[in-house]
Design a protein around this ligand. Sequence first.
Ligand code: 1PW
Ligand code: ADP
Ligand code: CA
Length: 540
Amino acid sequence: MGERSPPPAGRRTRLVSSLVLGQRACEVALDPERGALEWTEQPQPRGGRESCAVPISEIIAVEETEIDKKQCNSGKWQKMAKPHAFTASRPKHLLVYINPYGGKKQGEKIYEQKVAPLFSLASISTDVIVTERANHARDNLLEVNLEKYDGVVCVGGDGMFNEVMHGLIGRTQKDSGIDQNNPKAPLVQCNIRIGIIPAGSTDCVCYSTVGINDPVTSALHIIVGDTQPLDVSSVHHHDTLLKYFVSLLGYGFYGDILKDSEGKRWMGPVRYDLSGFKTFLSHHYYEGTISLLPASHAVGSPRDKKHCRSGCHICKQSKQRLEIEQKKNGGEIKGDDEGEWKVIRGKFLAINIANISCACPRSPKGLAPAAHLADGSSDLILVRKCSRFNFLRYLIRHTNRDDQKLARGESWPDFHCGMKLTFPSKNQAAKGVTGHTWPCTAAFDFSFVEVYRIKKFQFTSKHLEDGDCDAKKMQKNRFGHFCRDHPACCCIPPSSTWNCDGETLDCSTIEVTVHCQLMKLFARGIERNSTLEAVQRQLC
Ligand SMILES: CCCCCCCCCCCCC/C=C/[C@@H](O)[C@H](COP(=O)(O)O)NC(C)=O
Ligand SMILES: Nc1ncnc2c1ncn2[C@@H]1O[C@H](COP(=O)(O)OP(=O)(O)O)[C@@H](O)[C@H]1O
Ligand SMILES: [Ca+2]
């Protein structure tokens, strides 16, 4: 590249050159002020000029093409040694776990065909392990030498991500001498980032942190070294750690779907739709006592119209708060017990705790659209006993895609953030209809739905309120539900099971604590589409 004009005083040099892209002549410029590589097509005889720019931090690789050998050997060109790491945060060595049985069983193919070539282009070296059994990745992470890796990649669904996350959290606490079974123990943050290549059935963690479940998009976020902190919640039964979760902890409807779908894994992702339909028809409700500690530190509420997006200032504030706390306490993050507990008793069709929005292809806005990725709080959604018709209205509001239509007549293409928008027709607009099918008709606007932003939570099923929940001591009734007090009961199941990131928990009596930004992902959150969101807000 040759310099065209001297830079104005105080400005860094802008390098400009001509380049042939296929058949087209372009003017290419490296602009250090904007940190971008720009190219503009030279004016065509019929007019028109197209201009593009790519941030330098997002260029994957620089390759020297062999078109003009003479020029290459003329001394003007210098061959770069394997170029990588445009910015310091890019990974060079990755440890990859592939679940060959996740989703539609395409994990290995997806990795080999779509991801590995990009890693190789970006000069990233990998150690790949195709798992041979459940918990293979978790157990391996507890002993492997992690120092040689800049990140861990999991190819699979939410269950696989959850397994890898358990390995890393467990390893970090073990190395720091922290007892994970103690619900009050201050956990140590994991600094090694996880990348998720979606190849599962729901891919909720990937969808909610990237905006789409696309393996190539995820691979690019890993390559450019994006970092997205993530809240993780722990689930304890007295002094025993049961599990951690990132997406959904669900009792009642989502617990029953999971339980029913376990034997249908061979069907692939469609098992959830079938079990969903069956569970909807069974319409079981469950009685119990909930105690919750509101997230007094958290800004905003689960009903907010403004959602967590790339560079979210609410999540940034939480990071600053954490750093101040860590400095004060010599690196430790102390549990925050401040505030007044609220106790709620009742009959519930669903109890959902969402650490993040839980957006996925089946529910593009998510079960908790306003939940933040890294604010140290979870959104608790209580759906009380109501009619089947009302429950269906609630389900449709958070699962239906048509509910998200906004454009006049036709739909906009699917945006990066996974939304599809359609405006009301002219006739509808003339009648003052601005959005009867618009997503702002929130799933929470029902008298039988309550929402809270929480930092701690406890639950006891009514049938267990006076006893212990040792699953082995309990008798299983013929529907597969535990029922100690009423062994012959076959009408209303006394307790459901918890769906914890897609795994069932053995105990229904649990205690949940949100750990602010315990993990980091190779992601950058859902990117804002400003035009689209401005229209969205206007119509709301
Ligand atoms: C009649 C209506 C039927 C509705 C069925 C709809 C399912 C809607 C799914 C929204 C769930 C979002 C929360 C995500 C949970 C995942 O962690 C979990 C595990 O995902 P994985 O199988 O590991 O990818 N998936 C489920 C369905 O529980
Ligand atoms: N090789 C394997 N054989 C059987 N199960 C596995 C294997 N590797 C991982 N798993 C387990 O499979 C479960 C589901 O995996 P996941 O990738 O989330 O698929 P899905 O989204 O279809 O549920 C996870 O809990 C994980 O622990
Ligand atoms: Ca959160």
